[in-house]
Write a protein that binds this ligand. Sequence first.
Ligand SMILES: [Cu+2]
Length: 153
Amino acid sequence: MNPKWFFSAFAALVLLGIPFLVSGHGYPLGSIAVRHPWAAPTQTTTGSGYLGLKNRGARDDKLVSASTAIAAKAELYTLTKTDAGLKIEPVDAIAIPAGEEIRLKPGGPYIQFSDLKQPLAEGDRFPVLLKFQNAGEIIVEMFVQKNEKSSIY
Ligand SMILES: [Cu+2]
């Protein structure tokens, strides 16, 4: 192979690869992009799941439910700051306005898993079914890791 060509191809791969590595694994579903689903390791049978939801479309959408075989329940929660402190409560849906990206993250909205069959261990992966009001549904793989940045996958 021509070394010059090889170098160019390598450089192109590196350039293409960087945004992918930074944003983690992702799944397109119509106008919704699901980015880097992950969950924190747990000591108990209650866990939290996080992910990014980007709405590239012209109409608003909503995440309406999540479910997984590894937990009896998966519920959507929001966490809001009030004068009285942090308010954590279950919600029917998490809105994803047109053109915006919503991040489920520590300190923000999240998916709460209750009655996990076993605690989540770092390195585990498990499937989660996400349902959206407009975009439909998709199964994503949630990676168990210490924090959002501790994996490039
Ligand atoms: Cu990822």
